[in-house]
Design a protein around this ligand. Structure first.
Ligand code: PXL
Length: 280
């Protein structure tokens, strides 16, 4: 069996424990070769810092892709996270067409919103294009806010019920996605979970963990990276969703007592547990 290779395209936020600076170490720790395509370089992420630098690398994306094509390099999975513009979303479509092996897994994390609001710099048009990209995915990993934006269903912070969750899942299915991992579901206080929905088989499962009352940045990126690593190592989507959830909860716990560490989570401390779980 040849080893699997994942291509991930996201920004580099030099400081901030998100996007590529978490995807590369996490997927690599899972034992999976990780090819990166940096879409931009920022001094920090945009969620709470001000005055950050921003170097747009959009124009490099087609050149990088063309070089890989010339070198006959192709990949078993594409995993996309934070994308900075509609043009970048279009280029992801080109990468899907041109540098994936037959049967490659397309994992799209529509990282663009949380807690009921879009991240700085995004608008309705971007949401529409991201919804289009999600329609091409094998697995989409939205949180409740992103699912609400992409389906046009109103956002509910908590007090979810199954009817609400199923309407979001059905909306994402209608975009064309094959599987949905919907994050941030709250059916009872003190518990939070993910829905793992197979759109084709119409099969819905849940996994719940304790809810830690802390708004943490970058946890969606840690979740998607751990999920991708686990799936590439042959775990089912449900197992991968569970492994990723436990990884994120432990990462938040390792961070919660350090009030200076507000910008991300100390996922590095939990990599040994992740590696063990993925390889069990
Ligand atoms: O964690 C998502 C993310 C990634 N990259 C950048 C961000 C954010 C969220 O705010 O600002 C640059």
């Amino acid at each position: 069996m040849t080893d699997k290779r994942v291509l991930t395209i996201q920004d580099i936020s030099c400081l901030g424990q998100c996007s590529l600076t978490v995807a590369l170490p996490i997927i690599s720790a899972c034992g999976v070769e990780t090819i990166i395509l940096p879409s931009a370089v920022l001094s920090t992420h945009t969620g709470g810092f001000s005055g950050y630098t921003f170097r747009d690398l959009t124009d490099d994306i087609p050149d990088i892709m063309n070089h890989w094509m010339k070198e006959k390099q192709s990949f078993d999975c594409i995993y996309t996270g934070y994308l900075g513009s509609i043009r970048q979303i279009d280029y992801v479509g080109d990468l899907i067409e041109n540098v994936l092996n037959e049967g490659a897994v397309k994992i799209i994390d529509p990282a663009m919103a949380d807690n009921g609001s879009l991240y700085y710099g995004f608008n309705e048009e971007f949401v529409k294009c991201m919804a289009g990209l999600c329609g091409k995915a094998d697995v989409v990993l939205p949180n409740i806010t992103e699912a609400a934006f992409m389906t046009g269903i109103s956002y509910r912070a908590e007090g979810h019920d199954e009817e609400y969750i199923k309407s979001l899942l059905d909306g994402i299915k209608k975009l064309g996605a094959k599987k949905v991992i919907l994050k941030g579901i709250s059916y009872e206080s003190g518990r939070i979970g993910v829905a793992v929905y197979d759109c084709v088989a119409d099969d819905l499962q849940y996994y719940f963990t304790e809810k830690i009352e802390k708004n943490s940045h970058g946890t969606g990126d840690c979740y998607a990276a751990a999920f991708t690593g686990a799936v590439m190592q042959g775990r089912s989507e449900y197992e991968a969703a569970k492994i990723a959830a436990d990884f994120v909860v432990e990462s938040i716990k390792k961070t919660i007592d350090d009030e200076n560490h507000w910008y991300g989570v100390k996922f590095e401390k939990v990599l040994p547990m992740l590696v063990e779980e993925v390889n069990q």
